[in-house]
Design a protein around this ligand. Structure first.
Ligand code: TMP
Length: 237
């Protein structure tokens, strides 16, 4: 597989063409941003951890019936994925109140929710990824009602699988963000990444944060947290 021209550079990844029009090469960076790019930094080793963790979790999910974009890990930082058109919705699933949910609804961070929740944000940096409901999404033609139902079904199933995976690692899955894409025939598959950048992962006993909130909130030991969560994953995958 040859690495072709760079098609896109995002905040945490670069995307390249390959010699197969149906496949792309994703290269994970150590760059970290928060608050829609206002805060910038580097987390040494993050690119390689996120790449390998995301691939391991996507493999785990595909073995359990979730279609994903994962094709092949090329090296520590680079992976071949199926080319999709991203559905411009950030899909957030929560088990425990934290972050924007805790702030918006005035609940203490760490409060368990009676049922998992799902919400959508319009993936649009210029607008600051505003929250959006299903009617808004279909009204703007971002996704069909059927696609949104598929996305919801997959997202809750992914939550169950990931909760049980992380529980075995003595980690609580607090919340996470997913993105989905369409293959050329319209099939919806899981895309983007599942990593400490996109999940809140707390040590099940101490509650210690083992994710990007350490960077967002200047909690220190950022690299150490990424290494620790990767170590836990490797012991159970
Ligand atoms: P929030 O509580 O800040 O809305 O974040 C919910 C989850 O989504 C959390 O696990 C972090 C993840 N997330 C992203 O992956 N990208 C983002 O841009 C934001 C704001 C959150």
């Amino acid at each position: 597989m040859t690495k072709g021209e760079q098609l896109y550079e995002g905040k945490a990844k670069k995307v390249f063409a390959t010699d197969d029009p149906e496949l792309l090469l994703v290269s994970y960076k150590d760059d970290a941003t928060a608050f829609n790019g206002l805060k910038k930094g580097t987390i040494e080793g993050k690119g390689s951890i996120n790449n390998q963790m995301s691939n391991a979790l996507m493999r785990y999910l595909s073995e359990r019936g979730i279609p994903t974009h994962f094709v092949k890990e090329i090296n520590e930082r680079e992976t071949i994925v199926k080319k999709v058109t991203i559905v411009p919705l950030e899909v957030i699933v929560r088990n425990i109140a934290a972050g924007s949910f805790a702030k918006n609804y005035g609940v203490e961070e760490g409060t368990p929710l009676s049922n998992p929740t799902i919400e959508f944000s319009y993936k649009n940096d210029a607008l600051g990824d505003p929250l959006m409901n299903e009617y808004h999404a279909t009204a703007l033609g971002l996704a069909t009602e059927k696609e949104i139902q598929t996305i919801k079904d997959y997202s809750f199933q992914i939550n169950k699988e990931l909760q049980s995976f992380w529980a075995a690692c003595k980690v609580t899955l607090v919340d996470f963000k997913l993105e989905f894409g369409r293959l050329s025939d319209g099939t919806i598959i899981l895309a983007d990444e599942i990593s400490p950048d996109t999940c809140r992962l707390w040590d099940a006993e101490s509650g210690e944060k083992l994710d990007k909130d350490r960077f967002r909130r200047d909690l220190g030991n950022v690299e150490e947290a990424y290494q620790e969560i990767m170590k836990r994953l490797q012991q159970h995958i």
